[in-house]
Design a protein around this ligand. Sequence first.
Ligand code: G3H
Ligand code: 13P
Ligand code: ZN
Length: 284
Amino acid sequence: MALVTVKELLDKAQKGAYAVGAFNCNNMEIVQAIVRAAEEEESPVIIQASQGAIKYAGLPFIVGLVKVAAENTKIPVALHLDHGTSFNQIVQCIRSGFTSVMYDGSKHALEENIATTKLVVEIAKAVGVSTEAELGKIGGTEDDITVSEKDALLTDPEEARYFVEQTNVDSLAVAIGTAHGQYKFEPELDFVRLDKIRKIVDVPIVLHGSSGVPSDDLVKAISLGVCKVNIDTNIREAFVRGVQKVVKEKPEEIDPRKILGPARDEMTAIIREKIRIFGSSGKA
Ligand code: G3H
Ligand code: 13P
Ligand code: ZN
């Protein structure tokens, strides 16, 4: 079927109290693994591309791969720009067929973040594209910051209410203690903060940096209003695991299909596992 919007998927998820997985792609094998996993779980799915992915594969390839994947399956698939920071690139993505875009203005001061988010929301809504914005700073696990510094970066609930009211954005990524990449220690999520945000913000909440978050915490976050869960690192780990296994067991192997095929299987397995945790199996 044709690509659907993220808003459509998240509105249903919010009503049904589950979350839709948003999985990052960079190449054909990853796109195939995401769609295959979603098909096997009969789950809706969001395929997202970062600016880095677009730089690596090229915008026409990302759009082409995801469109073909969507057209050849019965499950609903959305194509989303992850952490867009350039207004020009956001417009290019919309024009190329993305059905959802994230503007990440979290590095900017509140009013500047609001101003650009508002502009993105206005142009996206005009052509039926969904939007996501970020408030608070979701860093990387390698960021060397103290606990008090970390607390200052988390999303302020009252500010979140004001931000959504001002921008009219469709979904909001919040900082509640998760980080991008591989965690050195188990993350401590601020569920009290999430609950406060949920009570005064009615749009679907997005959780970034979710790969290293324990399953129970993911389930709890979803019960407190998270409707979109972003996963990239788990896919990277599975890809490398698959490749390394073949290279180690058959160092003489030179057929890329026999190296990338097992990597694709590893990725499919972990994506299926995540989809089950998110509660979206059978919701396609
Ligand atoms: O949020 C970050 C995603 O993992 C994308 O990472 O910018 O290296 O593609 P990337
Ligand atoms: P992970 O690094 O935890 O997979 O997070 C991915 C992400 O948030 C993409 O936006
Ligand atoms: Zn992210």
